[in-house]
Design a protein around this ligand. Structure first.
Ligand code: HEC
Length: 104
């Protein structure tokens, strides 16, 4: 059973690999994001979770930075409809993508 440690190591690496690419695709909520958002940390966390759960289903995650504020205002309602989100969830995702933009 010499293979076992390898399988163990590889699966740990795979888990960390996925976690770090997720971090790139959906930046974690930081105090700076909360500060520049008009929302609470709870809403941003909820928005991020919804974004992770729904927004990479039909296409690659569209990074917050790749879309301007003005365009997010147009895109989010359409995509929330695609994803079957409630108005409340749509609001949370919208707050999250706006806050997650590095520039502003
Ligand atoms: C049911 C499938 C589906 C889901 C779920 C979905 N999208 Fe999309 N998305 C599409 C399709 C199809 C397009 C390309 C056509 C279009 O613009 O409508 C697209 C395009 C986009 C674009 C590019 C729009 C542009 O005008 O350049 C962005 C940004 C985007 N989606 C973000 C999101 C976000 C954020 C979510 C989560 C709330 C999401 N999508 C969920 C299907 C989906």
């Amino acid at each position: 059973m010499k293979l076992c440690p390898w399988i163990f190591t590889l699966s740990i690496l795979a888990i960390f690999g996925c976690a770090s690419s997720l971090e790139k695709q959906a930046p974690a909520v930081t105090p700076a994001m909360v500060a520049r958002s008009s929302s609470t940390e709870g809403i941003l966390q909820q928005g991020r979770a919804l974004y992770i759960a729904h927004c990479g289903r039909c296409h690659e995650y569209q990074l917050p930075d790749t879309v301007s504020d003005a365009d997010w205002h147009v895109v989010v309602p359409g995509m929330a409809w695609n994803a079957g989100l409630s108005k409340q969830d749509e609001h949370a995702v919208h707050q999250y993508v706006i806050a997650a933009q590095s520039k502003k």
